[in-house]
Design a protein. Structure first.
Length: 292
């Protein structure tokens, strides 16, 4: 597939040049931005020149008025997930509640104003994460398994994870056991993709998913990484990733349940209308709220 070839070859080649030849750190934006924009570039090239299918189904319209609840969820959700992650870490005894590391988020700024600044910056950074979502969630996922949600989400999540694998070898993250770390990382990406795909499908715009992606990176993983130090006193990169994945996985499962419940209700509605039109039993008043 042209899209996958361009995405993987373009990103991995750039990482080799930027890190191996130019010596840029994996945390340097000059290394990250060109590589991470590659899926979006690949999707644009394929849509425009290879398949010539255009952009009608790309979800490019922001749809701010219709999709504002999903934007709000995408903006605040990562902060809520970070809070749940830290609560879980405290219950498991791997973190003793101490928010003082947040004082280092922005040098010279106290933790709460710094957190507010971080939340306000996330929407401004959304275009930087649009490239990945325009590629993976908007273009690739609907074209896998005929667009069937569950298998296409699983496949996209795994492919997205594998695309990130070189970062584990150039200092972006340092897993104590690389094989186990990549496995946990893959599960994490899969769960994230489930949530991002839900946002995209329900909002009808790739921008809601891009906002959530920005929040995951700049709020969820940044805050948990800051509070759960990966040094000698912290649980380590693998445990930190796993702890962060648990609430995302629960959220993904809940959203899948809601979607299945809604689909069953929608499928049942025509049958009820047929029964009513044929003189069958009318719907009881208590069934009004069945569509979730």
């Amino acid at each position: 597939m042209a899209f996958l070839a361009l995405s993987f070859a373009g990103t991995w080649l750039w990482l080799w040049v930027a890190h191996g030849v130019l010596g840029l750190s994996a945390l340097n934006p000059l290394l990250q931005l060109p590589g991470f924009c590659m899926p979006g570039i690949a999707a644009w090239v394929v849509r425009h020149w290879v398949t010539r299918e255009g952009f009608a189904d790309a979800g490019l319209r922001p749809r701010l008025r219709a999709a504002w609840p999903y934007y709000l969820a995408a903006w605040l959700g990562p902060l809520a997930l970070a809070a749940v992650t830290m609560a879980l870490a405290a219950v498991l005894g791997v973190w003793h509640p101490d928010l003082s590391p947040l004082d280092e988020l922005v040098p010279g700024v106290a933790r709460w104003p710094a957190l507010l600044v971080l939340m306000l910056v996330v929407p401004l950074l959304t275009p930087l994460y649009w490239g990945e979502e325009f590629g993976w969630t908007s273009y690739l996922r609907p074209r896998l398994f005929g667009g069937r949600v569950l298998p296409s989400v699983v496949a996209t999540g795994v492919i997205w994870a594998v695309w990130h694998y070189p970062l584990a070898f150039i200092g972006y993250t340092e897993f104590e056991n690389v094989a186990l770390g990549l496995l946990v990382w893959t599960v994490s990406f899969l769960c994230q993709e489930a949530v991002l795909a839900w946002l995209y499908l329900r909002s009808g715009t790739v921008w809601a998913a891009s906002l959530a992606h920005a929040g995951n990176n700049m709020v969820l993983f940044l805050l948990t990484g800051q509070l759960l130090s990966e040094g000698a006193d912290g649980p380590g990169a693998i445990a930190t990733t796993l702890l962060t994945t648990v609430p995302v996985a629960v959220l993904a499962g809940w959203l899948a349940w809601l979607s299945r419940r809604r689909a069953r209700a929608l499928n049942a509605a025509p049958a009820r209308r047929v029964l009513q039109g044929a003189g069958g039993p009318a719907r009881h008043q208590g069934q009004e709220g069945c569509i979730g």
